[in-house]
Design a binder for this molecule. Structure first.
Ligand code: SF4
Length: 414
């Protein structure tokens, strides 16, 4: 297939495909699916071998957010029966993080609901990071606190944060349909602030909100241009009690095509399968590992994932290996760009490398959000029961609200 030969050749060289080629990946048929996975797999192995990076989420503060992101179970007015609690104490967060690291995670993602942190919140997270790094100095810490004000990224960097997550979530053109309390530009600004402070930028998307193929391609190219070092790909978990509860627009095949498109546009970037992996890829999860090089271990912010041991077994059974703490995630040339940006930030200059301008994104892999569709979706005309490809079903039975780990008396899943 000419398209896949072209995409593979470009990906092996680290080149970005054209927008038309990216759209063509999303338009491939089920008969072509294994060829698409194989082509994306060659690109993945070129830059990341057979390694799988494990990340572990700690929800520091859950629910009660004043923002109205339609996909989010923690949003203003959400009726989703999620855990709601205010800031975990540093030792509580460190205990949860320790479980994830013991399970094989090399990165801990500290997330708090809310529009953005106060300076007091930055103090709290500073104490939490100190408690985590005291137990294990090698652990990578990514922080996700929403929109950043001036100097907050610099404070997080000085306190030991390695990365900042803020997802763009969807295209600029449809952003106003999913959230009204902040803008796409706000999100871009925060990713740029984080990148400018020398933090590695983690920024991704949520698929399945009723967006068109063009929207998906728009946001993925935007993430590439912003220089995101890691791109979490969330598949909408339509939580009951949120506006998108009936948006079941994804099939496992569609998810694999989306992951492949993200990989081809970001050949040498960490591509992470994030929230919705179990709900939407289901028994096709191992094929996702041939495309993405990173997943979350265990549970998500407000929903439960499969058992941590099942994640580890899946990786081993599929012939992959967990990335060790001493191994670099990004290829050398990408790491050099990141180090140059960090040095520039430390010297007081712009931390954004010319080829890798920062990027933005909102709260992280909530693993369950939903939002009113833009209206011109590829699912248009399909019933909620049929979904985008005409054969998906309402699978609310697969959505399990998190009842263990952070904010509970029960042990975390790791
Ligand atoms: S995504 Fe973040 S900002 Fe938006 S409603 Fe959820 S917790 Fe709040």
């Amino acid at each position: 297939m000419d398209l896949l030969d072209t995409l593979t050749a470009k990906g092996l060289r680290g080149e970005v495909p054209t927008r038309e080629e990216a759209l063509a990946v999303l338009a491939t048929t089920d008969d072509e699916l294994l060829d698409v996975v194989a082509a994306a797999g060659r690109v993945r192995r070129r830059w990341f071998g057979r390694r799988v990076k494990l990340n572990y989420l700690v929800n520091l503060k859950s629910g009660l957010c004043p923002e109205d992101c339609s996909y989010c179970s923690q949003r203003l007015g959400s009726k989703a029966e999620i855990l709601k609690y205010t800031w975990l104490k540093p030792d509580q967060a460190a205990d949860a993080a320790r479980a994830g690291v013991a399970g094989g995670a090399k990165r801990v993602c500290l997330v708090a609901s809310g529009r953005g942190p106060t300076d007091r919140d930055i103090d709290r997270v500073t104490d939490t990071m100190a408690a985590i790094k005291e137990a294990d100095p090698a652990v990578e810490i990514c922080v996700c606190l929403g929109l950043l004000s001036d100097n907050q990224a610099e404070r997080l960097k000085a306190a030991g944060a390695d990365a900042y997550n803020h997802n763009l979530n969807t295209s600029e053109g449809t952003y106003g349909d999913i959230t009204t309390t902040h803008t796409y530009a706000d999100r871009v600004d925060t990713v740029r602030k984080a990148h400018g402070a020398g933090l590695s930028a983690c920024s991704g998307l949520i698929a399945g909100m009723g967006e068109s193929d063009e929207d998906l391609v728009d946001v993925v190219f935007a993430l590439r241009e912003l220089g995101s070092d890691s791109v979490p790909v969330n598949f909408l978990i339509p939580f009951e009690g949120t506006p998108l509860a009936k948006e079941w627009n994804l099939t496992p095949q569609r998810c694999l095509r989306i992951l492949a498109m993200v990989r081809f546009v970001n050949p040498d970037t960490e591509v992470r399968i994030a929230g919705g992996r179990e709900v939407h890829l289901r028994s096709m999860q191992p094929l996702g590992l041939h495309i993405a090089n990173s997943i979350f271990l265990g549970d998500y912010l407000t929903s439960e994932g499969q058992a941590g041991q099942a994640d580890l077994d899946m990786i081993k059974d599929a012939g992959f290996e967990v990335e060790g703490a001493g191994e670099a995630t990004l290829p050398r040339h990408r790491a050099d760009v990141a180090e140059a940006a960090e040095a520039a930030a430390a010297a007081g200059g712009c931390g954004t490398a010319a080829s890798a301008c920062g990027s933005g994104g909102g709260c992280g892999p909530c693993g369950g959000h939903s939002h009113a569709p833009a209206g011109q979706s590829s699912a248009e005309g399909a019933t909620a029961e049929e979904g985008a490809d005409g054969n998906d079903e309402l699978r609310s039975d697969l959505v399990k609200v998190r009842r263990r780990g952070a904010g509970t008396e029960l042990a975390p899943n790791a």
